[in-house]
Design a binder for this molecule. Sequence first.
Ligand SMILES: [Fe+2]
Length: 290
Amino acid sequence: MAVRVTPIHGDFVARVTGVDLTRPLDDATFADVEAAFETFGVVVFPDQDIGDDQQIAFSERFGPLEPSVRRHRERAVANPLISDISNVGPDGGILAADSEAMSYNRGNQLWHSDSSFKRVPSKASLLSAREIPPAAGETEFADMRAAWEALAPEMQARIEGLVAEHSLAYSRATMGYDAGSTFFDVEKQEVPPVPQAMVRTSPVTGRKSLYVGSHASHIRGMDREAGRALLDTLLAHAAEDRFVHAHAWSVGDLVMWDNRCVNHRGRPWDAGKYRRIMRRTTVAGEAPTA
Ligand SMILES: [Fe+2]
């Protein structure tokens, strides 16, 4: 089989076919896949009937994986290297809308970059669709390189070198997350607020990107309200249609994205009626950004 990389949204999203991710890729094939990932930012692999262990093995080709921060919770999957992104409990039933897990999942509907609340934020995420609702539940991606490049030079000069503080507690609080829960306290201790550069440069392509999202609470060294206003302006800019690609899922899709230069958010669906089961692996980053 020969790898085929087909652009489906400019230089931002590509479909990659001619690969079977359930088997180990030879080095030449992997190099083609890795090049597509670094070039586009989002790559879609359709028709991958992949299991958890196979997804972990493919993901690990890109680097060591991050364990889920939710490992203290009751889990539908045993391996801490797999995150269960679903509305289904361990018994197979649909979770209640007011359950703690669903409240947490709603945080995924804000524009974010995965694990930007960690000192060393993630490099990439891989999400595989195991069961999907008949409608809605898309995932949207924002090209933060294009968003950066579209900013006026004066704005670029203003934000280059700025550092924002990111925390899970901040983003979850904006979603009305129950701050009184024991798990919340455990996580707050494990992931205290961290500094992140607001502009990043790809070590491979040299392209710069904006780096702001729902976990960013304020800008260090700037008046709190002024910093918040600047973050909101940049978030609204990056969410403009011209930078966004919506992925409508099919079962068997595996979508991989570059958290260093892509924001994403989940879109709602009728979660009280239809099961949606996704599995995520997360490739760890290499160094702090600030
Ligand atoms: Fe996410």
